[in-house]
Design a protein around this ligand. Structure first.
Ligand code: RAM
Length: 923
């Protein structure tokens, strides 16, 4: 018989069961945050990858130490989620992985929209609520998706030549009217150009993007943009209008010998796809029905040289229905080239990011100079009173010469000047569109001189690829903080679609060596993973058949040779960026390129000693031979990078589980290292046969190329070289980033601090003492005593020496990845005089990590934040005979942390996620 008491138990059991079930389906933990796909895209449209990866973060809470499982669902409609995922149901996966999880569902196609959610289980097996629904929509993934044709006017036919004999293409205005018979429920504009474009529909700008589609290896790949233009399309009559200029594709680039035909006139490719209210589809494409002309207001536009805008030629309403284009010309039409891939842009577009207002004005004789007090990159926005018919001339300079005139010699042949011709009396507003400048000073002339210039006449519009800051660094030392600011401004100035050497002269190219040294620092300061992943695709595309990676990417030299230390960007950046993201897919993408680059090293060496061409230790100070390439032997440099690239390739092979290749490249590294040691180092560990320089020792030690018995001596010789230089660096582009690494690893922190805090030439603070607000190309680009460096290759915005930023945040503040992607974080600050405090924070793939220390009365205070789903090794400098305090109490092992090592003068702890404060006594 069923007893009442049994019934009671059954009822309890049911309640309990339902609790478990509801707990599991609804979840008790807060849902995951920061959902992104692939290299950090949030709800993108026109996405490039049909096989994306998924990432999320666990919210910071006492309950979330780590993830034990996840569940991802993806569907074609939001209301199918989470229970009826028709595209992918990952099911519950037991895994700590919360980043870069590859999509495993039905194949996805161009234009497809995907909705997705995720939930996770924490370390105790408690589940979270489902996350908010996120989504992505694919762009046109294949050339065959395009029905449109390349269109444009033949602007090359007059063959007017400009500076350095380059064909000037007058900017084009292209338009088309079309009629729709019903309402639109959804509209996408797919668009790109050979050149740079700006598009409007019915008088409205489609986006605030600048310089689209950006700079890629145009002979291999042109990126396309996707815009949701649903709200711009009207039922009935519509008009689309495109402005088109030369940009990187058909404009002037330093050498002008590109692998793509840069003499052809700019062209546009546009495809407007619409879904109508009755469910039918309409498509408008660029084709022979479009019309164009070149007699619009923009008469000239070149990246290096600037713009000429004649307001008298403005055509009001030309992108609306209310315009008559009967005098316009029918466009020429070209087919899509099967060998040039059209792919959705895989990183962010350039945008207006920051506005700077002038701090000072001087004016004299109708010429006004505005000082923004910050060297920047972008364009000016001018609001100026003018007289009809007058020409406003806008000049730029990064610095003034001592006599107050504009220093423009370092722009070399870049004219870098904009002109505006007024059509009426009164205030005009103008912002150049298809050019950019590197400047701190703006000079105006040609304005209405009856008015007194005021600061609001000029705004500095800072433009760069649309990314956000990712980390912060600050300290008790003003000049170190200025250095950090200069590094960040160097980054902003040189991340305008590609990583450039400089942003102002007739160059602005993707110099591989500069990128190689600055990559890690950029990853700390800004959210630039997608920026790098995109550029690395260009590097792969630019790689030549023999494995050579061109000097600049995209290649604008076309001389088919690589330079050691520059082409090694192909091995160094994949590894260093992988360490900061943990995205194995990035390594998979780049592994072939890495092997091919090592193969090129092999071809360029004889008995493992390199003969590769090299820019060497570029711009090393005090070169004995007066050469920009410095004194370090190019053979020594080439051989060192050969070994190093082989070693990195072995590491990547290991991570990818390719054991045979791992063994092969490890062996190669050892062989080349041995050859290097035998050739360039004597028995005592001293450099032989070639010039003995700081950089030769730095390369040998940083890349681990010497046998153990010689290492210690080599270090002594390095210290001797530094001492002989009065404790100053004597390093150029390649050696400088290795100084901090080697001195730190060999325990010479005091010396590294000395070098970093040196005030005299050559040093980082030297340029700051001369007024630098960005990193300079040369240690002595300018000095108060001697004025500008006499060389005209003298950029005042060149990020290479900003590579020291990595050491600042990894070692001064102390945040470094111990395992790829900061899954294990090393917090190991290295306090030293003259600093009394420093702190850094960083947004890692798992969340925010920070380390903040100060010294007071001989005590060391450290506050750390460790994000969920990571662990940290925290190393606290201390007099070990005194106690360590944690959150105000004497430290004892607990569930959040354990003392794992009692090394010399430090407490070393293994720490779980959370926020903690420590206090130790310093020795
Ligand atoms: C200069 C560039 C760049 C450097 C090369 C070798 O023209 O500015 O910084 O990498 O030369």
């Amino acid at each position: 018989m069923f007893k009442k008491s049994n019934f009671k138990y059954l009822a309890y059991a049911l309640v309990f069961l339902s609790l478990i079930i509801s707990c599991d389906s609804k979840g008790s933990l807060e849902s995951a945050t920061d959902l992104t796909i692939s290299e950090g895209f949030k709800n993108p449209i026109g996405f490039y990858d049909a096989n994306p990866t998924f990432s999320w973060k666990l919210p910071v809470s006492e309950s979330n130490k780590s993830q034990s499982a996840y569940h991802i669902v993806a569907a074609s409609k939001p209301d199918l989620l989470p229970d009826n995922a028709d595209l992918w149901d990952s099911e519950k996966q037991t895994s700590e992985q919360s980043t870069w999880i590859t999509y495993g569902g039905k194949p996805l196609e161009s234009r497809q929209k995907v909705y997705w959610q995720v939930k996770y289980w924490n370390q105790n097996g408690d589940s979270s609520k489902w996350s908010e629904t996120n989504h992505f929509e694919l762009g046109l993934l294949n050339n065959s998706d395009w029905k449109a044709k390349w269109i444009g006017l033949d602007t090359a036919k007059d063959s007017i030549r400009g500076r350095e004999n380059v064909i000037i293409h007058k900017p084009q205005y292209l338009r088309k009217g079309f009629e729709l018979s019903s309402d639109v429920t959804s509209a996408r504009l797919y668009i790109t150009s050979k050149g740079v474009f700006d598009v409007s529909i019915n008088g409205e700008n489609v986006s605030d993007d600048a310089m689209s589609p950006g700079f890629t290896t145009y002979d291999k790949r042109i990126e396309t943009l996707t815009y949701d233009v649903t709200n711009l399309i009207e039922s009935g009559q519509n008009t689309i209008g495109v402005e088109l200029a030369s940009g990187w594709h058909s404009g002037r680039l330093l050498w002008g010998t590109t692998p793509w035909d840069n003499t052809i006139s700019p062209k546009v490719l546009a495809q407007l796809e619409m879904t109508m209210s009755d469910g039918s589809k309409e498509i408008i494409v660029s084709d022979v029905s479009w019309k164009g002309m070149t007699n619009g207001p923009l008469q000239f536009a070149e990246i290096y040289d600037g713009e000429i805008y004649n307001a008298n030629l403005e055509m009001p309403n030309w992108t609306t229905n209310n315009f008559d284009d009967k005098n316009w010309t029918t466009v020429e039409v070209g087919a899509i080239d099967a060998n040039v891939k059209l792919e959705p842009k895989r990183h962010t577009t350039v945008k207006d990011k920051i506005k700077l207002v002038p701090q000072d004005i001087t004016s004299n004789d109708g010429v006004a100079v505005f000082d923004l007090k910050q060297n920047m990159v972008g364009v000016p926005l001018v609001n100026v009173p003018m007289k009809k018919g007058d020409t406003l001339k806008i000049r730029f300079a990064e610095m003034l010469s001592p006599d107050g005139t504009f220093y423009t010699k370092n722009y070399r042949s870049a004219h870098s000047t904009d002109y505006y011709i007024a059509a009426k009396d009164g205030d005009i507003e103008y912002q150049p569109k298809f050019t950019f400048h590197g400047f701190r000073f703006v000079e105006l002339s040609g304005f209405d001189t009856s008015e007194t210039p005021t600061k609001d006449w000029v705004t500095g519009i800072v433009q760069y690829s649309d990314f956000e800051d990712n980390g912060t660094f600050t300290s008790s030392h003003d000049k170190l903080n200025q250095l950090q600011s200069n590094i960040v401004w160097g980054l902003r100035g040189n991340f305008l679609d590609i990583p450039t050497d400089c942003p102002q002269r007739n160059e602005r190219l993707g110099w591989t060596g500069d990128a190689q040294v600055f990559g890690p620092t950029s990853m700390f300061n800004a959210d630039v993973y997608k920026f790098w992943a995109s550029w690395l695709q260009s590097v792969r595309e630019a790689q030549l058949d023999d494995g050579a990676i061109p000097w600049t990417v995209p290649d604008s030299r076309g001389n088919k040779i690589g330079s050691s230390g520059w082409g090694d960007v192909g091995t160094i950046i994949p590894w260093k960026i992988y360490m900061r993201t943990g995205d194995v897919g990035f390594l998979e993408d780049n592994f072939e390129m890495m092997k091919n680059w090592v193969g090129y090293h092999q071809k360029k060496s004889n008995k493992h000693i390199s003969n590769m061409m090299s820019f060497s230790d570029w711009l090393q100070p005090f070169p004995e031979n007066g050469d920009t390439r410095g004194d370090t032997s190019s053979k020594l440099i080439g051989t060192a990078f050969y070994a190093h690239s082989a070693k990195l390739t072995a590491k990547v092979a290991k991570t990818l589980g390719k054991t045979e290749e791992q063994a092969k490249y490890e062996e190669l590294y050892k062989t080349v290292a041995k050859a290097f040691e035998n050739k360039f180092f004597d028995e005592t560990g001293k450099v032989k046969e070639v010039a003995e320089t700081q950089t030769s020792y730095l390369l040998a030690l940083a890349f681990d190329l010497l046998s153990d018995d010689k290492k210690a001596n080599a270090k002594k010789f390095l210290l001797k070289k530094i001492a002989e230089a009065d404790n100053h660096l004597r390093t150029g582009f390649l050696g400088t980033p290795l100084l901090s690494e080697v001195l730190d690893e060999t325990g010479e922190i005091d010396l590294m601090y000395k070098l970093l805090f040196n005030e005299t030439y050559p040093s980082w603070f030297y340029s700051i003492n001369q007024g630098a607000t960005t990193i300079w190309e040369r240690w002595n680009s300018y000095s108060k005593e001697e004025g500008f460096n006499p060389m005209n290759m003298n950029s005042l915005n060149h990020y290479a020496y900003g590579a020291i930023g990595q050491w600042m945040y990894e070692r001064i503040a102390g945040i470094a990845p111990l395992e790829a992607g900061y899954k294990i974080i090393k917090i190991a600050p290295q306090p030293n005089e003259p600093l009394t405090s420093a702190s850094a924070s960083l947004s890692t793939p798992y969340g925010k990590v920070s380390s903040s220390w100060k010294i007071k009365d001989g005590k060391f205070f450290l506050e750390v934040v460790i994000p969920p789903n990571t662990t940290a090794k925290v190393i606290i400098p201390a007099d070990r005979s005194e106690v360590l305090e944690m959150d105000g109490k004497t430290f004892e092992d607990n569930s959040n942390m354990k003392l794992i090592n009692t090394g010399k003068d430090v407490f070393e702890l293994e720490v779980q996620p959370g926020t903690y404060t420590f206090k130790s006594k310093l020795k």
